[in-house]
Design a protein around this ligand. Structure first.
Ligand code: HEM
Length: 160
């Protein structure tokens, strides 16, 4: 079954780059910009620096989704979605859907412009909103990673 092992390896590599990047942005980039720039400059600086990561995240999201669906198809694991014991499968799909929606639909269509306009009017509140949004996404990503690693090795993290 080398194809399954390859899909799993690609899945984990994509997740490492993607969620690791979200961790870097949330815990290093955003606080550094907060400390180094006045409120009026923060959003623009963040937006410029994060653009490169957003491009990477689009690639890794597609790779994680494709390899994930391939594994699910190979295992014919669809019945897992009918059971709450496999909450971590739901969490993976939910996390993936949220990021896909943000990166491919909401951001390019209007979120980016909306935030830029809001940042011009109230920079402090907008920057705080961006920070909170990233903490929320990072928490979801990390809980999903922990649940999926334990779950795919037969252990439910929350069943103690
Ligand atoms: C459409 C989205 C996704 C699908 C269909 C999917 C599907 C899968 C499947 C079928 C497995 C193997 C489960 C098993 O061996 O029993 C798996 C493993 C895993 N997935 Fe996903 N996944 C998706 C997205 C994600 C996301 C967004 C994350 C992280 C935030 C993630 C993290 C992981 C991890 C860490 C493993 C365990 C790897 C291991 O320890 O071997 N997946 N995924």
């Amino acid at each position: 079954m080398p194809d399954f092992a390859i899909a799993r390896a690609l899945h984990v590599l994509a997740v490492v780059l993607w969620i690791g990047g979200v961790g870097m942005v949330t815990t290093v980039l955003l606080p550094s910009i907060r400390r180094s720039y006045p409120p009026a400059r923060r959003f623009t600086v963040f937006h410029d620096l994060e653009a490169r990561f957003a491009r990477q995240a689009r690639v890794t999201t597609v790779l994680a989704g494709a390899s994930g669906f391939y594994m699910a198809w190979r295992m014919q694991a669809w019945d897992r979605f009918a059971s709450a014991d496999f909450w971590w499968m739901h969490a993976m799909v939910l996390t993936w859907c949220i990021f896909t929606l943000m990166l491919f639909v909401l951001e390019p269509l209007f979120l980016e412009r909306l935030l830029a306009r809001r940042a011009a009017a109230s920079p402090e509140a907008t920057y705080r909103l961006v920070e909170r949004l990233h903490w929320g996404l990072l928490t979801l990503g990390l809980v999903t990673v922990a649940g999926a690693v334990a779950g795919s090795h037969g252990v439910d993290l929350f069943a103690w």
